[in-house]
Design a protein around this ligand. Sequence first.
Ligand SMILES: Cc1cc2nc3c(=O)[nH]c(=O)nc-3n(C[C@H](O)[C@H](O)[C@H](O)COP(=O)(O)OP(=O)(O)OC[C@H]3O[C@@H](n4cnc5c(N)ncnc54)[C@H](O)[C@@H]3O)c2cc1C
Length: 418
Amino acid sequence: MKARAEEEIWDVAVIGGGPAGMMAAGRAAEKGAKVILIEKNKSLGKKLLITGGGRCNVTNAELDNKKLLAKFKDSGKFLFSPFSQWSVDKTLEFFHSRNMPTKEEANQRVFPLSNTARSVWDTLVNYLETTNVTVMPSATVVRLQHRGGNITEAELKGGKTIRAKKFILATGGLSHPETGSTGDGYAWLRDLGHTVLGASAALVPIALMDPAKRAAGVSVQNAKITLYQNEVQQAQARGKILFTHVGLSGPGILNMSHEIGELLKYGAVHLEIDLLPDMGYEKVNAVLQNALKHNSNKMIKNSLSEFLAPALVPLVLQKAQIDPEAFCNGVTREARIRLMKTLKHLGFDAKHLLGMDKAVIVAGGAALTEIDFKTMRSLKYQNLFLVGDILDINRPSGGYSLQLCWTTGYVAGTAAAT
Ligand SMILES: Cc1cc2nc3c(=O)[nH]c(=O)nc-3n(C[C@H](O)[C@H](O)[C@H](O)COP(=O)(O)OP(=O)(O)OC[C@H]3O[C@@H](n4cnc5c(N)ncnc54)[C@H](O)[C@@H]3O)c2cc1C
């Protein structure tokens, strides 16, 4: 008769069934280890299913490791070894060879061809099944016990314990706690004597003083965002933006959220959005003249769809102080120039960053200097491995977070199984 999970001594116990934990567990089992994956939710990968707006930006198709790691800023130097073992090419091969074709979109973002995160989830769950990982759902680890520089067991809520030769910690960070990422692993690491750097929301949407509520849900694929403080330009970047009920989101804003947060500490922050960044003033002016001429007997609110999402028209006309019901042939030169300037400099004042519940990732986590990156092993406990969001690794939006999960999960799974 098969022994119950808590009576066995497992080769590897993985704590946390997010993308990093699933990859680590599958990989360790593929290498022949007897693996248990402990997850406190009823099912695995709750956060994975909401990634990329439910479409899951599974990686970034940057095949040059040097360029890829430059995106991780100061953390990049730690990552050469793991990424030399498993990088983007391996991720693509992993999913493609398991019948999950992908497609590349703007800024090298890779998504499943099916357009749903469920395909990524299915692939990983199938990986766990085929490698015979024992999944233990609805099981919350509350403590790690240790003796002589080794973790000996994971204590579960209710008093049961899981004993294993190696432990992989994959409990994630603190963002979107409703998915299960409640920072449990940070507390255990601190108790174990690891340094955990203060966690704050990163890649987070912003609230505006005067949000464009009627445009909520509208996105602009390619916008240029410029930040000003005291009328001095502070930062500029391009990317997709999304209007929300309270402000702005989308990769372009998420990637600037750290700078916005820092600037807000010192005073008011003004954002200018260039809705047509590939056109200079003259070109925008010509396009407007053309639109007004061709629609001379129509109202202006119905004449701008060639270059502006319909839901943004009222907002832009309001900011340009133009009556939306004015007929195109009555629009003065001054009004047209105001419209041109509004399209190039749509202005908003930032209010604050949204909280942890809305953040994509957390800045902070387990200190990288206390980890051996060839194996993802703790330098303090020889049978403890750390993977995924629990690590203090800075990165932008664009598929880099999940790539980090695939890479660190694979490396830790391989090392823990040997
Ligand atoms: C809205 C949103 C969209 C995102 N979109 C993208 C994207 O498109 N592309 C991208 O690259 N990244 C994206 N990310 C980031 C990405 O989701 C994370 O980097 C990734 O999920 C981290 O994986 P992980 O396995 O380290 O942790 P998590 O996914 O947080 O998983 C940790 C798991 O551990 C479990 N757990 C925690 N504590 C315990 C405990 N005590 N006992 C047992 N189990 C426990 C949790 O329930 C959870 O299932 C997004 C994040 C958010 C919030």
